[in-house]
Design a protein around this ligand. Structure first.
Ligand code: NI
Length: 264
């Protein structure tokens, strides 16, 4: 090894560790909400379930084998910028997929945002209760992380989620087995906008614009700069002829429980 190679290697290692730590630190800003059962008016929920059985999900059929499709995915919310994002997506008639964190759902008073995600026709997915790397937690904690999030979303919206995203993409055989049991497909990504690191909307929009047909794009709706990037992102991809679809629409069916997907 040449003399200059060692310091370079050390520098690369340190920067890797710093990136991973700072990504994990972004979660520390999230309110820590312990899991507790929430009280929902049973009559209101029953009414909601009946209306959903007759009209939800509003399934749209796309042949993404022929069309240029792309799936925008927003993680770690709902947060303070999610409402503005939903307004933007609604004004452009664009559907996306939201991988929500259970404790963020619990902190969103009355579950207004999570219900709006569903009512606007977006897909909703499980992103754990408190965002730990799931491959590193004991099995009973893994079960709790998935189940508690499942429960709160189902109680608030009536929706039983079919997709999940492991925080940090951390998965292993145990996560695969548990997600299969829970009926959840594991959705990863093949376009990383690094929006949590680079809080510059033009950079985020540019990276998203590099998607290929069938791409799944990773974004975080907890950052103002990410929401700011959305109009430019939609313009760039729209001009290239892309259709914006949810994850299940990308595959034309509900993805298989336990299986890992990164693109179509
Ligand atoms: Ni996340």
């Amino acid at each position: 090894m040449r003399v200059w190679a060692l310091p370079l290697a050390l520098l690369a290692l340190v920067s890797c560790v710093t990136q991973s730590v700072s990504h994990r630190q972004q979660q520390s800003k999230a309110p820590v909400v312990p899991f507790r059962p929430i009280v929902i008016d049973p009559a209101a929920l029953a009414k909601r379930l009946v209306s959903m059985q007759s009209g939800w999900p509003r399934s749209r059929k796309f042949d993404c084998g022929r069309l240029k499709c792309v799936a925008l995915t927003f993680d770690d919310g709902p947060g303070e910028h999610t409402g503005r994002l939903l307004d933007l997506l609604r004004s452009r008639d664009v559907r996306a997929t939201f991988f929500v964190i259970g404790q963020m759902v619990a902190a969103d008073k009355g579950g207004h945002t999570v219900r709006r995600i569903v009512d606007d026709g977006h897909e909703i997915g499980n992103h754990s209760w408190s965002h730990p790397p799931l491959a590193e937690v004991p099995n009973d904690e893994l079960k709790r992380q998935l189940k508690h999030t499942e429960d709160i979303v189902q109680r608030l919206t009536g929706v039983r989620m079919r997709v999940m995203r492991p925080p940090y993409g951390s998965t292993d055989a145990q996560v695969e087995a548990e997600t299969r049991r829970e009926g959840l497909a594991q959705i990863l990504w093949n376009v990383d906008t690094l929006d949590w690191r680079d809080r510059v909307s033009s950079t985020v929009a540019k990276r998203a614009g590099e998607a290929k047909p069938g791409s799944i794009i990773l974004l975080h709706d907890i950052h103002r700069t990410t929401v700011d990037a959305v109009p430019k992102m939609l313009d760039t991809l729209g001009k290239k002829g892309y259709t914006f679809v949810t994850v299940s629409e990308l595959y034309g069916k509900t993805p298989a429980p336990g299986r890992t997907y990164t693109e179509r």
